[in-house]
Design a protein around this ligand. Structure first.
Ligand SMILES: [Zn+2]
Ligand SMILES: [Zn+2]
Length: 445
């Protein structure tokens, strides 16, 4: 599979470089070599930035220290820098000396309300307000590494400015994990959606957008997937209303507890019986169920909440409709009432297939051949917003230290999530190589 994709790209590059001796493969090889050397030369600083950011994590929409570090660094490189984008985000532009297309590179900066265990010399002891409550804060999703990697990439690409054909946009986004100031349902948007709404692409829309995420996997291995790579994530609430009464005389009541139990079972048949799982996977999970106060009282209401994950818009709509139908009809059959509300979260993150194919050889070289095709991942990402603005490619960087089994490593969001810092240079090389390649190789069209 890899070779099938590799061959046409090379052939195309050769044809183009014959047609135009100053572009194509020659530039690309030069720039990739320069990227490799320069990334290696700043590895120490890349790791130092990461440790500093790791030790001072900040929650979504409160990333003031982190974005200050980022903005100072980008200004010191002489880039055009815009701060306060989507509250605490940073957007910067590097104009290459030669004409060419525009690529956007994205990193997210926010941490999570997770308590980091002691151990690392740069472990976090930070606390912050999360939706009005004091919490411990940790970079348990690795966004500290994404930020440090993109700071390094900005420096590397700036040093190649004179040879760079085109423009690079650097997106340091806040609140990928959601806002810590505004709860869901408050009507406030944040993160990627707010950055786009505030017009980061108003002047120049990028021709491609790239992003990466650290994930358990062999350290330094890049995992890619054409098409849907991360799920859409929607929340739902079901309120079942019956008729309260004595638990010893249930015939005088309408029991929302037994009704809810039937609804929970009924919901299981949506994915197992109604979704075409050969086309695309789906998940429906009930995460909370609350009702009742006492053993001998049939309560009036039961409330449930859950999450829906899909990788296809048609299936997403179908699952939404089925949840409403299943809950409504089962409640009706018991004489109860079910009110269903579904809130749209992040969309599916879809990698542009042509772009993925075109960039596959670049990934392979940047990771020294250590690439693998990923399965779809059940988490979701607001990188999906950027990937709807321009053809997108989002890849995973393995960060499990050698000698450990990645399948047994603590996942993202766990307090034990651990990053092998040796992988970070591969991340920086990958992002910088994707950018220079896209700019230097005339479009694969
Ligand atoms: Zn996360
Ligand atoms: Zn994340």
């Amino acid at each position: 599979m890899r070779h099938l994709l590799y061959l046409p790209t090379i052939t195309m590059g050769l044809v183009l470089s014959i047609a135009s001796p100053n572009s194509g493969i020659a530039d690309t090889a030069f720039l990739e070599k320069a990227v490799r050397d320069k990334v290696s030369s700043i590895e120490g600083r890349l790791i130092a930035w990461r440790r500093d950011i790791h030790q001072h994590p900040e929650l979504g929409d409160q990333e003031t220290r982190t974005s200050g570090l980022v903005a100072d660094h980008l200004r010191s490189l002489g880039l055009e820098v815009r701060t306060g984008v989507a509250r605490t985000g940073v957007f910067a532009v590097l104009k290459g000396a030669k004409p060419g297309p525009t690529v956007a590179l994205r990193a997210d900066m926010d941490a999570l309300p997770v308590k980091e265990p002691k151990g690392l010399p740069f472990a976090s002891q930070a606390k912050a307000q999360y939706l009005g409550k004091e919490v411990d804060v940790m970079h348990a999703c690795g966004h500290d590494t994404h930020t440090a990697i993109l700071m390094a990439v900005a420096e590397v690409l700036t040093s190649l400015k004179d040879q760079l054909p085109g423009t690079v946009q650097f997106i340091f986004q806040p609140a990928e994990e959601g806002s810590s100031l505004y709860p869901p349902g408050s009507g406030q948007i944040s993160g990627a959606e707010l950055m786009v709404k505030e017009g980061i692409f108003a002047k120049i829309k990028p021709d491609a957008v790239f992003g990466l995420h650290v994930l358990p996997g062999k350290s330094g291995e890049i995992a890619y997937r054409p098409g849907a790579i991360l799920a859409s994530s929607d929340g739902f609430e079901i309120k079942v209303t019956g008729k309260q009464g004595h638990g010893g005389m249930p015939w005088q009541t309408i029991d929302p507890i037994t009704t809810s139990a039937q609804i929970v079972n009924g919901l299981q048949t949506i994915v197992s019986r109604k979704v075409d799982l050969t086309a695309s996977p789906a998940v429906v999970t009930i995460g909370t169920i609350n009702g009742g106060t006492r053993a001998n009282i049939v309560p009036e209401t039961v409330e449930m909440t859950g999450t829906i994950r899909t990788y296809d818009e048609g299936i997403r709509t179908q699952v939404h409709d089925d949840i409403a139908t299943v809950a409504g009809k089962i409640a009706e059959s018991a004489g109860a009432k079910a009110e269903v509300s579904i809130s749209h979260g992040y969309d599916t993150t879809v990698n542009n297939e042509e772009l993925t194919g075109r960039m596959l050889p670049v990934l392979e070289r940047a990771a020294d051949g250590r690439i693998r095709r990923s399965l779809p991942v059940g988490a979701s990402e607001d990188f999906s917003v950027f990937a709807q603005e321009a053809p997108g490619l989002f890849v995973f960087l393995g960060i499990t230290p050698e000698g450990q089994d990645p399948t047994k490593a603590a996942p993202n969001h766990s307090p034990n999530f651990f990053v092998d810092e040796g992988a970070l240079v591969v991340g920086a090389r990958t992002m910088a190589s994707l950018a220079v390649n896209y700019l230097a190789t005339p479009s694969g069209k």
